[in-house]
Design a protein around this ligand. Structure first.
Ligand code: 0O2
Length: 205
């Protein structure tokens, strides 16, 4: 266990992630109770693997230490919240900001500022104050997490596009890149239409 880059903090990291996931499930349940609809379709979470974190430290010119992994790098904990509708993304953002001890330190809106390849998603880096010791030896401690929020359409597109990273023998990469971009834009247009239809269904008469 202690040969992970997270050292003796590995079990705490699991606790912090589980507590965060519990908060998200809890606001979702409360919202469902109140409105009949949840804030998301599903969410997944993970601790960045040892190899992947070590690779990231090296890439960023940092030593492969628990301090780098838990303090200098902010995505040791990663959550992805996948929503049915665009508006749900913003509902989740508001709910996350209201989690006790949670401070947003960075937001990247790849929905408004779409990446050139067509990637869309809303990324937040949060800092959590928790009743556990952190890598600086302080209690309450501070831990970081990256939360990605997307619609189902954005998520399926990102999974497909991600496959390109591992396929280096693709016959016509330019065509695939172009088609992926076209598809991303069509899906984005559908996301807007779906939200509009939903608003119409829910509108007061
Ligand atoms: P994994 O395995 O998904 O965790 P950095 O975090 O510093 O390395 P950056 O650019 O600051 O990089 O982070 P950014 O833009 O917030 O993106 C980080 C994560 O977003 C990536 O994690 C992907 O999960 C996702 N992402 C960003 N851009 C794309 C994209 O163009 N296509 C797809 N499919 N996903 C993307 P990693 O690093 O891939 O690792």
């Amino acid at each position: 266990m202690t040969d992970t880059i997270y050292g003796t903090y590995a079990p705490i990291l699991q606790h912090v992630m589980a507590d965060l996931a519990a908060h998200i499930k809890s606001y979702n349940a409360a919202l469902k109770e109140r409105t009949g609809e949840g804030a998301y379709e599903h969410f997944i979470y993970r601790i960045k693997t040892n190899d992947s974190m070590k690779e990231k430290c090296s890439r960023k010119g940092l030593p492969q230490t628990a301090q780098s992994a838990l303090w200098d790098i902010h995505d040791a904990i990663g959550l992805r919240i996948v929503c049915c509708f665009l508006q749900d993304i913003y509902t989740n953002i508001d709910q996350i900001k209201a989690i006790p001890g949670c401070r947003v330190i960075e937001e990247k809106d790849y929905i408004k500022h779409v990446k050139p390849n067509g990637y869309r998603s809303y990324h937040m880096i949060i800092e959590l104050e928790v009743p556990y010791e952190d890598v600086k030896g302080n209690t309450p401690g501070h831990y970081f997490a990256e939360i990605q929020l997307r619609t189902i359409a954005m998520d399926s597109w990102a999974s497909l596009e991600h496959q390109m990273k591992y396929k280096h023998d693709i016959k016509n990469p330019e065509l695939i890149v172009r088609e992926l971009k076209r598809c991303a834009d069509e899906l984005a247009s559908c996301d807007v239409s779906m939200q509009t239809i939903r608003n119409l269904i829910h509108a007061d008469h």
